[in-house]
Design a protein around this ligand. Sequence first.
Ligand code: ATP
Ligand code: MG
Length: 722
Amino acid sequence: MDVSLLLDELNDKQREAVAAPNQNMLILAGAGSGKTRVLVHRVAWLIQVENLSPFGVLAVTFTNKAAKEMRSRVERLMSNTLHNMWIGTFHGLAHRLLRLHYEEAKLPQNFTIIDSDDQYRLIKRLIKALNLDEKHWPPKQIQWYINSNKDEGLRAAKVETFNDPNQTKMREIYQAYEDTCQRSGLVDFAELLLRCFETLRDNEALRQHYQKRFRAILVDEFQDTNNIQYAWLKLLSTKDNNMMIVGDDDQSIYGWRGANVKNISHFLSDFPNAQTVRLEQNYRSTSNILKAANAVIDNNSGRLGKELWTEGEDGEKIALYAGFNEIDEARFIVSRIQSFYEKGAALSECAILYRNNAQSRVLEEALLHQKLAYRIYGGLRFFERQEIKDALSYLRLISNPIDDAAFERVVNTPSRGLGDKTLTTIREYARQNNLSMWQAGQNMINEKRMKGRALNALASFYDLIIAMTNDTKDMLLHEQADAVIKTSGLYAMYQAEKGDKAQSRIENLQELVTAVKQFEIPEDAEEMPPLAAFLAHASLEAGEAQADVDQDAVQLMTIHTAKGLEFPLVVLAGVEEGMFPSNMSNEEPDKLEEERRLAYVGMTRAMQELVITYAETRRLYGQDKYHTISRFVREIPSDFIEEIRLRSQVSQPIHNRFSAQASHEALMDSGFNLGERVVHTKFGEGTVLNFEGQGEHGRVQVHFDDIGSKWLMLAYAKLQKC
Ligand code: ATP
Ligand code: MG
């Protein structure tokens, strides 16, 4: 293979990093400067030129999507498929290691991963079982406490309580949680990392094996690693292997989840010989977009400092639009996308980014109305839905009967007449005898430790699970899923519920069977039983994307999710004080700076066009809130901004009198847009301000140039577009 291919299409600085001799390296550079590109080329270079086996590469990326992308880009560069190369997220890689070395990790072979909702429920039940009051011990807070301790590498036994009774109680709950998870073979996300770290730390032979194996360790988005992840990387590094870490302090956006941007400086002091390479040319965005983003991030203090420039054209100015309300905002966004699409772009080249998942609903409605296909990343993910979790819990019990979280979830779903009291007795028996719920229940049945009705109900549940396990063990995975959904009674339960919601739950259950059928066991899970592999996939990976991946569709996601990605057209929606920066960050300067970095990340996803929108009123929690434009927009010099004014004729401030939802429906069938210019035979020309009611009762408010505002019945007004 022609090696120059690996170095073509790189600038001098990038080339220096890709072809550097074996050494530890830090690539510190701003958005769009080709950091990820350097990482990909470096992997290919090491294999191709330095004759490193793919077996010796460990590459860590931020999402599974990025990992797949990296693998295929390296393969394309080398025109070769690569096996045995470990590329993945920290969580994915930790999981792989724990599966391979479950004994050293002191886990049962069929351990189950629980997501944060499972974790929350488990904690809630524990608080109850310990006879504590949820009001004093809010489960969410305890969950945060447990996870942040784990992120710092602290087990319950190691947590310092300073003899404070509150702290002591929290530690007690943490301990009870640890015990339950250990007994039930449950591993939460933070545990994956901590357990993997401990396993390597405490097993010298194993650690040496991986230290020898991984000659090259490469980490993308390093600014968002937390302490346990960095500790894990350090365990794997020796004087004989090398690390290349790649990051941008200005894009550190996971501080709220324990990420520590100081790891960049820790790296430099832990590896004093590491060479730092700075990349300064941006290849992604037009000059206007880049300068605007630079101007915003310039307001942060304590930056490591980077200059970014581009040879690219100025490009279009950033379009700024103020919606009357969130519905008007959504309609505007969709019309911008529509015209971008009509100019020949693909829908998938357009992204709508927002601060919170909840913002997607109104945008979805507007896209649906315009019949534009869209795909949401994150949000209420398929595998997090109630009915899907029910079905998965049955499958989990088959795979690992001592899984307490799954047991609790389905023991009385559908209802079998097992009351809270019975469950409490099982829970207590389990705790006293250090057994899983499954084992405890079994003993209680055998010893007839319950009254007749409850005993029968419980016994029938055991019969069901055992029969399910036996009857489905030789089936293909999707047949197994189908059988479980039906014999468990879940299907019938939702059928009996009726209504739209129940119907969509049934469709989702059917979709689950399809998802199982389409599931291909990834290379890194070949050593697992197929059911366990699928369940791990459902917890770890599948949430990233929704819907049909091949279809051309507008991309919707939070700014957090958009990290590392790029799109020709980016819309940042809901850029208002109180939303972005969020209310919660107002008081604390650190949080505000993290929000500003998030704004920087959002803006720098755009290649050709950036559109920023906000709504003057927004319906939140059932109330109309009046919002002002975000300070982040005000930090952009006005030279780079073009305000879009669809309602330039309106002289007075507009206050919506009606709820956003009602006007939304009216607007959908009126045929007019808010802000649109219209003409009336008697009153002359004006601008549409508001809607109310539907069909023949629909009314529209128009601000006429000559006579001011008027409400008119749509059915009689004979309004025409100008
Ligand atoms: P982020 O900080 O957002 O993760 P990044 O620094 O990782 O950005 P990349 O995604 O690697 O940047 O690159 C940004 C864009 O610039 C990509 O489309 C990439 O293909 C392109 N690019 C990078 N380097 C070059 C180059 N030398 N010549 C042409 N295009 C380049
Ligand atoms: Mg990148």
